[in-house]
Each structure stands twice: as C-alpha cells, then as structure tokens.
Unconditional design. Sequence first.
Length: 868
Amino acid sequence: MLTQLEGQSSSMGVKSYGISLTTLEDVFMKVGADPTQELNKPQDLSLEDDNLPKPSYTSSMNLIKNQCAAMFLKKYKAIQRSWLLWLVHFFLPPLFVILIMAPSRLIGINDLPAMPLTLSKYEDPIVLVEKGDDLGGYYDSYKELIKWKNYDVEDGRIVDDMIQLTKDSPGTVRKHYIVGASFNHTEVEMQGSSKAFPTLTVWFNNDPYHSPGVALSLALSAVFRKISSCNDCDMQFTNDPFPFSDETQVNKIVKGENKGQQLAVYLTCAFVFTSCFYIMFLIKENTSKSRHLQFVAGVKIYVFWIVNFLCDFATYLVIIVLTLITLVSFQEDGYKTAEDLGRFFVILLYFGWAFFPMIYIATYFFDVPANGFARMSAICYCAGVISFQIIKIMKMEAFKLKYVTDPLHYIMLLIPHYSLASGISESYTTFSYQKLCDVLFEKCALVGLNKHDCLRNMTEKIVDICGNPVGVYYKWDSPGIARNILFSTIGGFALFLILFLIEYDTITRLVERLIFKLKPQYPIENIDEDSDVAEERKRIRDMTVGELTTTYDLAVKDLTKYYKKFLAVNGLCLGVKRYECFGLLGANGAGKTSTFKMMTGDVRMTYGEGWVKGHRLRSEMRQVHRVIGYCPQFDALLDDMTARETIIMYALIKGFQSIDASYLAENLSQSLDFRAHIDKQVKQMSGGNKRKLSTAIALIGDPSILFFDEPTSGMDPATKHFFRGMVCKIRDKGKCIVLTSHGLEECEALCTRLAIMVNGNFKCLGSVQHLKNKFAKGCSFSIKIKKDASEDSTRKIEKYIEENLPTAQLRESHEDLLTYSISNSDVPWSKMFGVLEAGRRNINEIEDYSLGQGSLEQVFLSFTKKQN
C-alpha cells in the first residue's frame, strides 16, 4: 500500500499523507469503557434531529418577550437563592429609621417639658444631714421626710465629712451625694436684746443637673411638714422652662437641630449601603463574562438593562414601603399624614431613578463584588453624607459663604445621595416653618391682630419666613425640593444615556478614533513570515469586501490588538469557509484569547477589519452575535442558577418558546452526558460538567459559526470522544468552526486547518498533515524486545537497524525498548516499514514495533519555544 501511494500519489491527486500511532485514549475508548454504563453514555447530538424545536422568530415582539422572560428568570433566581442576604437588604433602612426616630424624640424645636424636682432621677442618692443647734425641730422633720421618701440619710458634719469623702472617694461623692442640709441657729439683735432664730442651710452637689432645685424643694417640704404638723404631707416642685421664643425656634431650624436633619443624615447612610448592594450581582455577572455571553447569545442591550432596572426597582419599592410603614408607626409630626408620606415617597422615588444608572456604570470599574460594594459605599458616603453636612455648616450666617455654598449646592444635587439628604432635610424644614408660622398667627389672632400687624413687630428673619407663602414643598427656592427632583431626574436620564452609549460602543469608538489620530498604532511587518501565512495574507488583501464575504463565513484582514504599547495580536489575515474547522494553537500569552475576544466582540480591535457571515466586526457586532455560538475559555456561568435554568434562559434569549426550551434542556443534557446534574446549581457542579454546560449553551439555536475556546478541558475521555464526533458532524453539515485547545490530538482529529501563534503572529498555517510534512522532518520508530532476550540479541537488533537504515539514530535504549529517529525525509515509508516487518519475522527477539511520522506536538514545540 505504501509503495503504491509513493509511486502513484500524483496521479491519484494525493497532496500529502502520513502515518500516526493509535493513542492510549483510543485504546481506552475501545476496551476500557464500562459496559454497565451503556445506558448513560452520551447519545447522538440531538441538534441534528430535524424534528427538534427551532427558534421562533415570528415577530421581533415575540423575541423581545422571550428575552424579557429570560432576564426576569435570571434576576428571580438570583434573589431566591440568596434570600437571607436580600432580607437584610430589605430591612436595613427600616432599622435605621427605628434607631433614628426613637432617640430623636428628645431632639426638636418643641418646647422643653416640665420636670419634677425629686431625688428619684438620681442613682442611689445619699442625703447628708448635720443637726447642729436645731432650735425648732426642723432637723427631725427633714430626716423623717427623707426616710418617708425611702432615700438614704447620713448624719455628720457636712464640711469636714465632704472634704474627707472627696479625698477618699471622689467618684462616690460625684455620683451619690447629691444634696444635704445643716440645721443651726442665728443670734439676732432686736431692741437691745439678742434673740435666737432657727437656721436651715441647703447644700447641693454642683455636678449633677438640677441638684440646687432638688435640695431647695426638700428643705421647703420639711419646713412645711413642721409648720403644718402633717407628717403625711409633701410639696411637689417642678422645673417648667419658658417656651422657646420665635427667634430661638427659627435659629434651631436653620442650624438643623430637628428630626429632619437627623433623619436626612442617618437614613442617607442606610441608603448608601442599600443602593451599593445592587452592584455586587452586576460585577459578578460582568467579571464572569456571563453578561458578554448573554449578549453573544443575542439578548438586546435595551432588554438586558430595562429588565434589570425594573427588577431592581421593584425590590427597591419594597424597601420604600417598609421604610414608610416604619416611619408612620412613630406618628411624628411631619411623617404621619398621607401627604407627608406621599412627599417622602417622591423623595425616595427620584433618588432611586438617579442612583440605579450610576451603580450600573460603576460596575465597569470593579472586578471583585465585595471590593466594589465597599469602595462604592465609601464614595457615596463621602459624596452624599459628608458633603451634605459640610455644606450645611458652610451655609451658617457666621461664615458668610453664601456665594460659595449656593453654586456648590446646585452642583452637588446631581449626586443622588446628596440630593436625597438635602430633600429630606428641606422637606422637614418647610414643615417646621409652616408649623411655626401657624402657631405665631394663632397667638396674634387671640389678641385681635391680623397677619400684617402680627409680623410688624417680629424680627427680620421671621418676617422673611412667615411673610411669604409657607407650606409650599415643591418650590424652587430653599427650602423646597423642586430642584432636587429636577436635578435627579435629569441626572438619571444623563446617566442612562451614558450607560447606553457605553454599551453600544459609541463612546469607545469615538475615543479609539481620537487616540488613533493622535497616536496611530499599526501592525508590525513580519520579516521571516512562513510562505503559507504570506500566501493567505496576500489572498485576503487582494480580495474585495464582497468577495471575502461571499467566499468565507469568517474573514479577518490585518487583525491587530494593542494593550497600551503591548502588541498582543499582529496583523492576522485569515479566511474560514463552510465545512471547515479551524484550530488556533499557541502557548499562553500568544494572542489566542485576544483573537477570540475580538471575533466575539468582547474587546475591540485596534486596527484591521473582520467579517462574520457578511457582518462587520467593527460596527455590526449585534448582527454577528445572532449567527455565532461561543464557548469561552473560562465558564461564563451564573453560580446561583441550575444547569436546567441556564439552558432555558439562553434558549429563551435565542427565541425558543418556553416549552421548547425545557425540552431542549433535557435533550442537550442527555446528549452531553450531564443529565444527572441538570438540576444542580452551577456552583455545585464539577469543572468538567461546567464545560459541558458551556458547550451546550454554544450549541443552542443551531448557529452558523461556532467558537470553542478550550471546550474539552475537564471533560472525561468518553465525553471528549463524543465531543469530537459531534464537532465533526456539525462541521459536515456546513458549519464553520473555530477552536483553540491545548489537546494537540484533539486538533489533529478535528481541524481541517490550523495555525500556530507565537507572539501575536501566525508562524504556520495549513492542514495538520501539511504542517507535519513541512515542519516535522522524518519519523520515529520503537522496537519492543522480548523480556527473556539476552544482551547479544539486543546488539543483534541494533546491528540490523544500522545495516538496513543507516540514517536512523538511536535516541533511547531501555531494558526492552529501543527508540530511533530518522531526520532524513528522503527515506520512503515503504522501505522503513519493510525493514521493520522483515526484522520482526526474521529476528525472534523482536516482540513488536511501532512506526510513525513526527507528531504535531513536535511542530508545536519547535515554534512555541520562541514565545516571549
């Protein structure tokens, strides 16, 4: 056979041929499979069944509905599978409201309450009494009063005892010795004679509040009991402060000494964490490349973000409702009527509209969800809470910085969290002004004064407040929230516009054009380029765009990618047709993944052009995504979803009906041999099963072009074997396939053509056999010697090879194995095979032998050793 091939290859149209050895994996598939697992082995690829459901594109509206359903499914499962975290998220703002409103009852512009002057407000009080020369019996009355009130009383000399106690235990004195009394008499000269009068001296500790009043009340009560001879009588004394003056109340409102100010600061703190919580899922989705894979699957950008916003806003509305319920339960003025709650709802509503697009844009700047949450929370806290407090202080009249704070306030209103704090504070300030003016006019009405006469005798500040209409919350001037609503609404629209400009690559294209004009970056000419690579480049460059798109399903011309100054991909030219499987090989860092990312739209090319089924890679990536299937190098999966839910989601994105999507999930899982794991969450699946799931996603919708980036990593041999057969069948149906793999045997089995990349360049290009013939010179063979053979027999075999194949070099010699290589490709295969076969027959010590051409691995290693 070999003799005929060598002699008649030209006449038979054979360009090249080779001989390869059976691999251990092939042996395993033949004899090593467990026969008991017959029922569980991978079945024929279900996508080849013409009776399978196909994507339904009856109308674009139906497709949009399907994609909306897929996005809702994704968000629902994310919330369902992390319900505890969401529960904390829901109740964080209500908890802050409770922590704010409970103590804030003591803070406000209300008049101070009356307070009884008694010892009961102090902890374990001790009353010190000194009898002295008591002439009126007041000492006994005082002491009985103290005992009657169940307080401790001690006798002693007040001055001496207090000095000593203060030296020995100052803390006890400050905390427990509150009041005291000493009883004596005073000699008074009256009409030439002296007369003694009883004297009562009241003592008090100046550290505790209200101790002078308490000391005096006890002394007067003792005197009253003595005079009235009523041992069960008592006098109650109360400290009742004067009401705040109108001027004082205005100053307290202006300085922020009210519940609105406290609520503005602390509730905004709560919403800092609440709003930044939404960034975590999006960062995880972005960094895992799941978002990109959804776009590759065909989900429309506006569908993705609108559904995401609706789901997020629905959960945010739950938080608003819980916050309002908590707020109204306290029945505080300004937060208890339907009008008050409606106004508060509007404030939280416009805040949500403004902060969601800000969070969405922020996802592009973080890679780790926890870091994104922490850093974004810090940014929002500084920009919202701290800046609000600083500007509030700067607004005080004492600083005279109105010319600075007014424009600064307008600018900061564009920041959602600042606008929220400002809106809550301004709203309560308006309420407080209205309440103050209503009380003022009621007082004036009691004395017959109208509004004009009432304000005539008031201060200028009160006239400014009450002289104009009060209670108008939605006004432009301060205090009013019209500015907050307008600025937040405009800010929300602007941020959404920026988001969509980013997603549609509008900003990226403009920036790239500007950078390219300022500092153009071109591919670098490769001087030592292989002839096959140069021929492909010339063919691609000489063809028109129309010729390229009609001849090739995938074509790239001068495809180049720079990362800053680093050249990752250098001017690749390539065309891949239908019925072709193209393999891309290279060491880590050679540029394979960057090439794949440019072809699938994950990154933009720096220079060059590409077409997929006639669609430009630069400007028509959405159309490109409709015709490709993509299995990325790293599993772009959502951990909280099951394999079934994942397939259904992508099937819905592709346009399948719900019932067909469920059937497809069953079919693909059975075909790719992960049916037993289909209802497991992705995070519970093994690496191999995750790769099977990623492969299944790429196959959904019968795409015209398939991109497989390391598709079989982690798969078991049986599934690998099935996958190879599946790819071959798909290729033979007219599909175009591009793949990368570290399994060189896999490329040999699958690829009709392949290229080896080194430092961003194609070093060789062609079929596997062509590359072997061109770059893997010669062949190698091994001779297995019987175990009972002597050393003389081994030397006999070596001599036989030297005589018949003089160009053969002995590479390895073990006890029973001799390995030779022949670098001279002029030795015919028929001669080598004939010599070895004759030796096996004539030399009994030869057990068996193997003969094969240089492997693809040798070709690969010869090039990749040049990789930087």
